[in-house]
Design a protein around this ligand. Structure first.
Ligand code: FAD
Length: 463
């Protein structure tokens, strides 16, 4: 094999594989190193894809059990076959990871199997499973090594009883009692999965609200909805210890306000307190500058402190840790290396929580605008008054559009709806084009659709 490349991408997550494909499409001789057996990174193997598969299957199970009968769809006794549900999830993962292998072949990308390390600013050394090392020369290196889950001090994840999201997408039995530490999107999505499949779920969150960083209106309403679904919350609570005794776990926590101590026994504990950039010793040694959160510092061209070494995705100090952000950065950096003007607009990155109903946001929250002293106006519309939502018995939630008080430019949108994750794309596009709330209000929306609530909320901005 010719060992000279224009670009070597380290890591094949949504940042890395998209960057490799775009680089190859732009005529650059490209290789991508991946240490995992399959391509696709966290997202395809242990993140977005398997979790969404379980969310979909568990929702079907829940609907068949609780809702079909109301619609006049009568079934026999509904029974859960968890191992089949897991096989279906694994099949989806396999099909999609194989799909990337196919795209690599189609685009003539060299797939280097093993752990990549930067041995010089123009050299990547790949160590395979047997310990054999081969070095490759390259004009440009793109680091896309992603992120790994974190834990709390003193809490050891064994992936059996005390698990990260990776363990929680592969339980062999439905845990009777599940404690979830952390009320962020990963914790709540997996809480939904296991609640629907029969677990008693308690979420313990340090703050006084769930989904930190999301619009307060949304997080309050969302918590009410999840509460109604039977998920318990212990807010303002600091987990102080998790111990495993026989096949059970004991979780100790203290209320931040009252200092009251509590202890809950359970079958499994999911630690979902966040993720950290995946920076190994090789990157640390290479002299690449990190910020104070130990993420790689990049400039507006995604270049690190070393020329011709770029970084993208979860590992960098820009934007949220989300797959579509990583993908957009992957494309941008490939275009920059090819001499084009790659760019990512960090003001318009949608975020979705794939529970039922879904939660979706884009742009600024009301709290952010208040902090920044920006004057705004708000339009809100409830799904209770949307005909399609009514027909489908999906009346929970609302759309909230925030626009600049003077210019009417849309600054942020948050919504809770059965199909919020799909609908948010319209708002992201509108914001990307600098739309005003009036632009959305005057756009004809098909009837009957959930999207009519977006138009109504936009009209409500000007009362
Ligand atoms: P990653 O996907 O983490 O990929 C990095 C890859 O680099 C890995 O395959 C790793 O093996 C490889 N690697 C690391 N070091 C080396 C090395 N030295 N040599 C070779 N290879 C290396 N995001 C969403 O947008 N939507 C969702 O619904 C969503 N759901 C999620 C659910 C869960 C349970 C989790 C854990 C995450 C979820 N995410 C979601 C987040 C999303 O998975 C990440 O933001 C995304 O995968 C980041 O992409 P990346 O390319 O930066 O890195």
């Amino acid at each position: 094999m010719d060992n000279n490349f224009d670009v070597i991408v380290v890591g094949s997550g949504p940042g890395g594989y998209v960057c490799a494909i775009r680089s190859a499409q732009l005529g650059l001789k490209t290789a991508c190193v991946e240490t995992r057996k399959t391509l696709g990174g966290t997202c395809l193997n242990i993140g977005c894809i398997p979790s969404k598969s379980l969310l979909n299957s568990s929702e079907m199970y829940h609907k068949a059990q609780k809702e079909f009968n109301n619609l006049g769809v009568e079934t026999g006794k509904i029974k859960l076959n968890l191992s089949k549900m897991m096989s279906n999830k694994n099949k989806s993962v396999l099909t999609l990871t194989k799909g990337i292998e196919f795209l690599f072949k189609k685009n003539k990308i060299t797939h280097l199997k093993g752990k990549g390390s930067i041995s010089a600013k123009d050299t990547v050394t790949v160590t395979d499973n047997s310990g054999k090392k081969i070095s490759y020369k390259t004009k440009n290196i793109v680091i896309g090594t992603g992120s790994v889950s974190t834990s709390l001090p003193g809490i050891k994840i064994d992936e059996k009883i005390v698990v990260s999201s990776t363990g929680a997408i592969s339980f062999e039995k439905v845990p009777k009692d599940l404690i979830v530490i952390g009320g962020g999107y990963i914790g709540l999505e997996l809480s939904s999965v296991w609640k629907r499949l029969g677990s008693n779920v308690t979420v313990i969150e340090f703050l006084d609200h769930i989904i930190p960083g999301m619009d307060k209106d949304i997080s309050t309403e969302f918590q009410k909805i999840l509460n109604k679904q039977g998920i318990n919350f212990k807010l303002n609570s600091n987990v102080t210890a998790v111990s495993v005794v026989k096949n059970k776990a004991v979780v100790d926590f203290t209320n931040n306000k009252s200092a009251k101590r509590e202890r809950i026994e359970c079958d499994k504990v999911l630690v979902a307190v966040g993720r950290k950039a995946n920076i190994d010793e090789d990157i640390s040694r290479s002299g690449i500058k990190l910020d104070n959160q130990k993420k790689i510092q990049v400039n507006e061209k995604f270049e690190t402190s070393i020329k011709n070494i770029y970084a993208i995705g979860d590992v960098i100090n820009k934007g949220p840790m989300l797959a579509h952000k990583a993908e957009d950065e992957g494309i941008a950096v490939a275009e920059i290396i090819a001499g084009q003007a790659g760019h990512v607009n960090y003001d318009v990155i949608p975020a979705v929580i794939y529970t039922s109903p879904e939660v979706a946001t884009v742009g600024k929250t009301e709290e952010q605008l208040q902090k920044e002293n920006i004057k705004y106006k708000i339009g809100k519309f409830p799904f209770l008054a949307n005909s399609r939502a009514k027909i489908n018995s999906e009346t929970e939630g609302f759309v909230k559009i925030i626009a600049d008080e003077k210019t009417d430019k849309v600054l942020g949108v948050s919504m809770i709806s059965a199909v919020a994750g799909t609908m948010i794309a319209e708002l992201a596009l509108a914001m990307e084009f600098g739309a005003s709330a009036e632009d959305i209000a005057r756009t004809c929306h098909a009837h009957p659709t959930h999207s009519e609530a977006v138009k109504e909320a936009a009209m409500a901005v000007d009362k």
